[in-house]
Design a protein around this ligand. Structure first.
Ligand code: HEM
Length: 417
């Protein structure tokens, strides 16, 4: 390790990480005035990276790999074991083509149209209720729409529990104890359910449309021309369904932002208007969701006086990069207008990872996320009137993942068309 690279003095930072959450890397990068520092986490030496240059380095697949990077506890809850997130090289690229083929502009449009139809359908139901919690409504709606869009059969009576399971897998990623175990049980239940459907599609007892994600996963062939085993196909299909349900977090933060910054409502009245995009992008930048991602050093190299050793764990600060004052003017201000005419790069705005999604691990679902957020924002601004009663709208920068405490309660809802 070169002399200029700061080493955090604690014997082990695992507890501090839990105490500081989203700000763990940012606090130290600011304290030491560097883009990288070394710390000890879970008994091993880890290099923490932040900023655009750090992100560019992190996504260099000659230098980093994903094998052995994601902790087992994250694989057993959030990702599923041995799934795309843990793959490298040709095998990863081959699997990635499969995912990218389900996320085309026309897939995005299909999904966001379904989302809009479902939101419209909610109005009549909500008008009869005193109040609703937006986060729960969004999770159920997205679970229903994601399954419909992917070709996965789902009865109305199953929606609530399946949605809760998808959310529990996400909620477990930063957790130890009961929240972790809840996520594991949710994963087991969901994998068994989807594996059964994959088997039914393969045996012909369940029909799947040829261009549906269900069909694509069931009959995908790996580089050696073999079908995935049914459990693996299920895990990868869940890697499409679960994150769609997780967009409910961004929708809840969008509602919070609308409530706190109502001056944007007028600009958001145009369907397909550009402000829907600026606002949604700023929600993805400003609010905390994905904190950081890990990879392992593939071969020894030196960067900025720091010796990266083969096998060493390196983590990239997503939240901190999205709040980096060198990249964002007044990063702690919510300003959708910053996205107007923004040039940007593949490494400076990374709420869903960085780099080229076709070549690396960047999230393939950003287009879907943005379209679903825009449709939902349009709905909230233009299709419903509601009151926001007294409630706890604070959100934590320590608990990962974060969410407004109340889940965003809406009252006295009326359709506005
Ligand atoms: C990967 C975040 C939505 C599918 C990722 C990564 C992040 C992320 C941080 C890891 C990037 C990396 O390892 O370098 C999010 C967030 C979302 C979201 C915050 C908002 C809810 C989606 C959607 C889909 C999706 C809607 C699919 C419909 C995936 C897949 C990967 C991934 C399959 C693994 C890619 C790979 O390893 O090559 N996402 N994502 N995500 N995401 Fe998303």
């Amino acid at each position: 390790m070169g002399e200029q690279v700061p080493k955090d003095k604690s014997i082990d930072n695992s507890i501090t990480l839990i105490q500081e959450g989203y700000l763990f890397i940012k606090n130290r990068v600011e304290r030491y005035g560097t883009d990288l520092f070394e710390a000890r986490l879970l008994g091993q030496s880890v290099i923490c990276l932040s900023g655009e240059e750090g992100a560019k380095l992190f996504y260099d697949s000659e230098r980093f790999e994903r094998a052995g990077a994601a902790p087992k506890r994250v694989q057993k809850t959030l990702f599923g074991q041995n799934a795309i997130q843990t793959m490298d090289g040709e095998e990863h690229l081959h699997r990635k083509v499969l995912f990218m083929s389900m996320m085309t502009t026309s897939h995005q449009k299909q999904l966001s149209d379904l989302v809009m139809e479902e939101w419209d359908r909610c109005i009549g139901k909500w008008e009869k209720e005193d109040e609703i919690i937006l986060y729960h409504e969004a999770s159920k709606l997205l679970c229903k729409v994601a399954c419909d869009w992917a070709g996965v059969p789902l009865e109305e009576r199953e929606v609530k529990e399946r949605a809760e399971d998808f959310s529990a897998m996400v909620d477990a990623f930063g957790a130890i104890g009961p929240r972790h175990w809840k996520g594991r049980r949710a994963r087991t239940r969901t994998e068994e359910w989807i594996e059964g459907i994959i088997n039914d599609v393969r045996s012909g007892t369940e029909k799947a449309l040829k261009n549906s994600p269900l069909y694509a996963m069931a009959f995908h062939k790996d580089l050696h021309g073999r079908e995935l085993n049914a459990r693996m196909a299920a895990i990868e299909l869940i890697n499409v369904l679960r994150p769609i349900v997780a967009i409910s977090t961004f929708i809840t933060f969008s509602a919070l932002a609308l409530h706190k910054y109502p001056k944007y409502k007028e600009k958001l009245a145009l369907k397909n208007g550009e402000w829907l995009e600026y606002f949604s992008q700023e929600v993805r930048r400003y609010y905390p969701f994905g904190p950081f991602i890990g990879a392992r050093v593939k071969t020894d190299f030196t960067w900025k006086n720091c010796n990266f050793k083969k096998g060493q764990l390196v983590i990239l600060d997503m939240y901190g990069t999205n709040h980096d004052a060198r990249l964002w003017h007044q990063p702690e201000a919510f300003k959708p207008e910053r996205f107007k005419n923004r040039a940007g790069s593949l490494f400076d705005f990374i709420p869903q990872g960085g780099g080229d999604p076709e070549k690396g691990h960047r999230c393939p679902g950003e287009g879907i996320t943005l379209e679903v957020m825009k449709a939902s924002l349009y709905f909230l601004v233009n299709k419903v009137n509601y009151e926001v009663p007294e409630q706890d709208l604070s959100y934590s920068l320590v608990r990962m993942p974060s969410l407004p405490e109340s889940g965003f309660i809406m009252r006295s809802i009326k359709g506005s068309e």
